[in-house]
Structures are given as C-alpha cells and as structure tokens.
Ligand binder design. Structure first.
Ligand SMILES: [Zn+2]
Ligand SMILES: [Zn+2]
Length: 98
C-alpha cells in the first residue's frame, strides 16, 4: 500500500493502484465534471470569438444573433449602406488601377 494525496480533496489515502489519483469515486466524479465544464466553457468562448464580425458599413461589432453583414442601425437605412458599399467598391477599383 502506498500513501497518496487525492488530487481533488487533498486527503491522504492508501492504494495499490498506481494510477489512482482520487481517494473516492465521489472525488473522481467531481473532478471529471469540473474538467468537462472547463472544456465546455473554453469551447463556447472560442466559438463566440470565431463568430465575431463587424458591420460592413460602420464597423460596429455585430450581435451574435445578427446573421446579416450589417448592423441593425445600418440595415434601417439601406440607401446609406448602398452608398457606403459603392464608396468601398470605388476605393478598391482605384487601388487596382495604380
Ligand atoms: Zn478525495
Ligand atoms: Zn453598421
């Protein structure tokens, strides 16, 4: 028998199993749940980061619920957006000609 410290509650326990790192199934379950929760949180954060988009017109950050390429303020005034998009297109064309 070897004395070990539980990785979850830090209690000392005796075991013959070399890979046992928790004193009880309760501690193992709690540690496993926390690992899964932590991984889930990281995944959720990364997914949100990947979805970060800016309004094509005013460059304001778009809400994650907005599937459009422009924000609500800009989509409320389509003519303004069309004008800005035309300007951007004109700028790109001018660059190409240089
Ligand atoms: Zn424990
Ligand atoms: Zn906008």
């Amino acid at each position: 028998m070897k004395n070990k410290h539980c990785e979850w509650c830090d209690h000392t326990f005796k075991t013959n199993i070399s890979y046992q790192i928790y004193c009880s199934p309760e501690c193992r379950d709690a540690a496993t749940k926390e690992k899964i929760a932590a991984r889930y949180q990281i995944q959720r954060r990364q997914r949100r980061k990947g979805k970060e988009r800016l309004c094509k017109s005013c460059e304001k950050r778009l809400s994650v619920y907005n599937d459009d390429t422009i924000c609500e303020t800009c989509s409320a005034d389509p003519s303004e957006v069309a004008k800005v998009l035309r300007d951007i297109k004109g700028l790109m064309n001018g660059k190409d000609r240089k």
